[in-house]
Design a binder for this molecule. Structure first.
Ligand code: UD1
Length: 459
């Protein structure tokens, strides 16, 4: 079964930029939700296809604006892409330019990671800096230093990162690289670059996220020699060429976690598949701390049961296998309704608590000091207009809106469409009263008091 079969046809997620979501809260969810392929795997595996001069068939690709943008970046580099449902075919035999387009790279940080494979393949790459973003500065110094260690000359001028490999054959050299911090993107950039380098590379203090392992598995299936992905030390023995591949990406652990929080916050019972429980250990542990019962119905299927009481807990975000920063905002929404005081410390990014003030608009009681949020549980939330400032912030507002009394109207849905595959439609299928309307219509009466859409222009 492909990921789109039980959902309405996917429009281009890029088309929906000017919409808002309206949620009539307080309705329990039930049924089953199908989890899509992992956003962060899909994006970097698409970049990884640049390493292969043949055909890559990638399965379980989610419908996301970020995936579309990454596709546009690859097309601009000369690659040929075709998509049928959740199958994406990429032919990278003609990588015609080493220069990625500014307008696209600045919209999508993950596209910067393509600097590794482009440089490995062509010996030259010109990549605009991705810039800062709503959640923090997000520099690329670790990517750059690693490529320099592999023999590249790198200069940053006028906002462009120009990299080339001096010498006749233009091939990167294997190197030993220590990352100051286990950056996901730097690990992926350097791992891809090293697959076609001359000799052996070792990345120490590497990121251990499941998406790093997925990328390594993808590259190895094309003939790369990557050992130790998923541990802090990754060894890559360079090969001269990679071959065609048919590969299916892992389920999205953050989407899974978001639906689990949706179940917990609405005291619902439903099942979720396909999932990888091993990728969710910190998330499942925290949900159980909070009082939520989750059972493994099958190795790839979870069922959440309605919680009697939600209890406060403390959260510190960390690199994998610590608690994921991408789940911090959804958990903050949940803890607003838990009994007692919770402390959430965001350790990975420096500016990722902006949803706190929006949750307060819904009646939450959260104080923020630096990178720490102090959440005092309240008995109920009440619907209000709110603004999602980044992807996971927008998700946290949807979750809060599902539990709030009355109507919550959420702006900033373009962020949501970047990283969640038709979240509103999947929630609708679970019984949520949620509709998408054009932003030009600000009439909150679009949902009647019982949550029935009136003159809905739901997409
Ligand atoms: C990836 C994920 C993102 C997730 C994040 C952390 C993708 C497309 N995105 O982002 O969803 O929230 O991992 O799990 O996979 N840093 C540096 N220098 C660098 C690179 C990073 O100082 O060169 C710092 C960052 O500012 C941040 C920390 O390292 O504070 C972690 O960032 P990183 O793991 O690189 O995140 P991304 O790969 O951008």
């Amino acid at each position: 079964m492909n990921s789109s079969s039980s959902l309405p046809d996917a429009k281009s997620p890029l088309e929906a930029d000017s919409s808002v979501l309206q949620i009539f809260g307080g309705h329990p969810l039930r049924g089953h939700v199908r989890i899509s392929g992992a956003k962060n795997s899909a994006l970097v595996i698409m970049a990884g296809s640049l390493l292969c001069s043949g055909d890559c068939r990638i399965r379980n690709v989610p419908f996301l604006a970020d995936v579309e943008r990454m596709g546009q970046v690859l097309s601009a580099l000369g690659l040929r892409l075709t998509r049928q449902d959740d199958i994406l075919d990429i032919n990278a035999s003609e990588l015609t330019t080493s220069k990625a387009p500014y307008e696209l790279v600045t919209q999508l940080r993950a596209s910067f990671f393509a600097i590794g494979p482009i440089l490995a393949r062509l010996g030259i790459a010109q990549m605009p800096l991705p810039g800062g973003c709503a959640i923090g500065a997000r520099p690329v110094d670790l990517h750059v230093r690693g490529l320099q260690a592999m023999g590249a000359e790198v200069q940053i001028e006028h906002g462009i990162c120009n990299a080339y490999v001096p010498g006749g054959h233009g091939r990167l050299k294997g190197a030993r690289i220590y990352l100051d911090t286990p950056s996901v993107g730097a690990t992926e950039t350097l791992m891809m670059a090293a697959t076609l380098a001359d000799g052996e590379s070792i990345i120490e203090n590497a990121a251990r996220e499941p998406e790093v392992v997925d990328l390594a598995n993808f590259c190895n299936a094309m003939g790369a020699k990557i050992y130790g992905a998923g541990t802090s030390t990754i060894t890559i023995v360079g090969v001269s060429k990679l071959h065609s591949i048919d590969y299916s990406i892992i389920p999205d652990r953050i989407e899974t976690g978001t639906f689990l929080v949706a179940g917990a916050i609405t005291r619902s019972e439903f099942s979720l598949s396909p999932v990888c429980p091993d990728h969710l250990i910190p998330v499942l542990a925290k949900l159980r701390d909070i009082g939520v019962t989750i059972i493994e119905e099958a190795p790839d299927c979870l069922r959440i049961l309605p919680a009697d009481v939600l209890r406060a807990t403390d959260i510190d975000t960390l690199p994998h296998p610590g608690f994921p920063t991408d789940m911090q905002a959804p958990f903050m929404a949940l803890l607003t309704l838990a009994e007692g005081d919770s402390i959430i410390n965001e350790s990975v990014f420096e500016n990722r608590l902006r949803h706190a003030s929006e949750l307060n608009r819904l009646g939450a009681d959260i104080r923020v000091k630096g990178n720490t949020a102090f959440v005092r549980g309240v008995p109920k939330l009440s619907g209000a207009p709110v603004l999602g400032t980044d992807l996971r912030a927008a998700a946290s507002l949807v979750l809060a809106g599902l539990a709030a009394e009355g109507i919550t109207t959420i702006q900033g849905i373009n962020h949501l469409d970047r990283g969640y595959d038709r979240l509103d439609m999947k929630l609708q299928q679970l019984g949520a009263k949620i509709i998408r309307i054009k932003e030009t219509s600000t009439d909150v009466e679009l949902l009647a008091n019982n949550g029935t859409p009136l003159n809905s222009t739901a997409l």
